[in-house]
Design a protein around this ligand. Structure first.
Ligand SMILES: C[S@@+](CC[C@H](N)C(=O)[O-])C[C@H]1O[C@@H](n2cnc3c(N)ncnc32)[C@H](O)[C@@H]1O
Length: 348
């Protein structure tokens, strides 16, 4: 069977030329006693309907070799398009880091205030963090710095805190993301505390005015809520046979509204970033009033059996999956066994 391609039906209210997040009027936020915040349908949503287009609050490219890789994206948050080598890339005038590029000098100028916030930090730390700690820790810290950079721009503009209703796009929305140090192993929290003290403390190179505890909390929020960006869709169920993976990750981002979506091993939403780094949710089947609307946090072709799915979610995302499929497949005594199991130390 080849992969099913869903044609996303965009309601007339979506104007993609406007750089705004958009949410389907039938998708609402509610709270589940176990899973926390969640999306629910308040009216029927037909298969193929576009449910959400969410602008990232912060995004970073994930590439191994910036000088040869075409996956670099324009750093201007109002653009976020791919910046291919052959079309010419515009580097930082302060030469802070090779991964930082813009697709035009106009985009570079437009991004002056936000990039200015991260530039000194990148120049001072990027190389040494990469060589001492590796790409994962560097990417995580850079994404945190970018969250702070957007906050800085928001504070500078003295912008009114974003809308209270969905879609949300503000520091206030980032502040309310789930994630706490209690979810992670003691060893992991120790490592992150050291990183926060060493690389994220309030300083002239990173003037944010927040304390180390807040930085540690921000790391936990980022780890629980960030998305990997892949070229193909995530969440086809049943998984295509032969399996088609979602391709190589090219970026990581934090989306203030998309982060409300819980995981299901039988999701009714497929998700994929568009050409401008916005996260797009599409209904993969008819959704009826009251039903929860979920994405899949992982490639469903990679973990098939209950044990494998739950172990992966537990290790990478630190929760016991309570989706309909897992609950219906679990042997009666298993739930208590899983709940009693200590969390593994080799998180992520
Ligand atoms: C990206 S957040 C999703 C929104 C979150 N529920 C909230 O309150 O903000 C991921 C967190 O939601 C919860 N979660 C998501 N999917 C779940 C599931 N299938 N079973 C249990 N908890 C889930 C876990 O606590 C997880 O760490």
């Amino acid at each position: 069977m080849s992969q099913v391609v869903y044609l996303t039906v965009e309601p007339e209210t979506v104007d993609r030329t406007k750089k705004q997040s958009w949410i389907h009027p039938h998708l609402i936020e509610s709270v589940d006693p176990v899973k926390g915040r969640q999306f629910r349908a308040c009216h029927h949503i037909p298969k193929g309907a576009c449910l959400l287009i969410d602008l990232p609050y912060a995004v970073i490219p994930v590439v191994d070799e910036p000088e040869v890789n075409d996956h670099l994206i324009c750093n201007n948050p109002a653009c976020n398009r791919r910046a291919p080598r052959e079309k010419g890339r515009y580097s930082c005038l302060n030469a802070c880091m090779q991964d930082v590029v813009w697709c035009s000098s106009t985009c570079r100028d437009a991004d002056k205030s936000r990039h200015g916030f991260e530039c000194t930090w990148l120049k001072k730390y990027a190389e040494s963090i990469r060589s001492k700690r590796g790409e994962y820790d560097f990417g995580m810290l850079w994404l945190i710095v970018r969250l702070l950079a957007f906050r800085h721009v928001e504070l500078q503009k003295n912008a009114p805190t974003g809308s209270k209703s969905l879609p949300k796009h503000s520091w206030e929305a980032i502040d309310s993301l789930c994630g706490s140090s209690g979810t992670w192993s003691h060893d992991q929290v120790k490592v992150w505390t050291t990183l926060a003290k060493k690389y994220l403390k309030n300083s002239p190179a990173l003037p944010h005015g927040l304390n180390t505890d807040r930085m540690l909390h921000l790391i936990c929020q980022e780890e629980a809520n960030s998305f990997g960006l892949y070229p193909r869709e995530t969440g086809h169920y049943p998984p295509p046979n032969p399996p088609i993976d979602r391709g190589e990750q090219f970026a990581a981002a934090v989306y203030p509204t998309a982060a409300i979506a819980n995981h299901s091993c039988v999701p009714n939403i497929i998700h994929k970033p568009d050409d401008e780094g916005r996260m797009v949710f599409t209904a993969s089947r008819d959704i009826f009033p009251g039903q929860e609307c979920c994405i899949s946090y992982f490639d469903l072709t990679k973990h098939i059996e209950l044990d494998s799915r739950r172990a992966h979610l537990r290790k990478s995302f630190r929760f016991l999956c309570r989706c309909d499929r897992c609950v219906s497949e679990e042997p009666t005594e298993e739930a208590s066994e899983w709940s009693a199991m200590p969390l593994m130390d080799d998180s992520i």
